[in-house]
Design a binder for this molecule. Structure first.
Ligand code: SF4
Length: 166
């Protein structure tokens, strides 16, 4: 005899969070479309904050999506699996993002934050049409609006490396 199914309890907070995540992914899709003409040699240097001298800032809702992706793949990468060395490993000032996997790819690519999607180094080819600053600004504002709805002060971006350890 089959057991009767337990009725699902409706969790409004969870549903709200899911809706915001879906809205964020819609913004990301628009970002991808805007930058679809861009390409780069994929050196992964942009994921080594000691080389670029900068790192992405993440809002609360972006961080939530990243954390879910990290959890799905079983946690952060162990130190020894991080990244292909671009400079000798004895130099530990690369500050390689812990999401960069040992093949040199972002292990949470679909969930990477806006800063990762819109940072292009000098070697990138922008194609025939570069994305204007106001277009980028509009993406930033859309995500900040979602982050405010997600969490008090959620729109205040925090450096990725600090946000992930908090
Ligand atoms: S989250 Fe992914 S794309 Fe962004 S810096 Fe880290 S490895 Fe690179």
């Amino acid at each position: 005899m089959t057991k009767p199914r337990r009725a699902r309890t409706h969790d409004p907070e969870r549903a709200r969070s899911r809706d915001l995540e879906a809205e964020l992914m819609a913004v990301y899709r628009d970002v991808e479309a805007a930058y679809s003409g861009y390409s780069c040699p994929g050196s992964t240097e942009c994921c080594r904050f000691g080389i670029t001298g900068r790192e992405p800032y993440v809002t609360s809702i972006e961080l939530l999506v990243m954390r879910r992706a990290i959890a799905r793949r079983g946690g952060q990468l162990p130190e020894k699996r991080r990244a292909l060395p671009m400079v000798p490993r004895e130099r530990d000032d690369e500050r390689t993002c812990s999401m960069l996997d040992y093949t040199g790819r972002c292990s949470i690519y679909d969930a990477r934050p806006l800063g990762c999607r819109t940072f292009w180094c000098h070697r990138a080819d922008t194609g025939p049409t570069a994305v204007e600053r106001d277009v980028l600004g509009a993406f930033v504002r859309r995500i900040q609006e979602l982050a405010v709805r997600h969490e008090h002060d959620g729109e205040r971006g925090r450096p990725l490396t600090r946000a992930l350890v908090d």
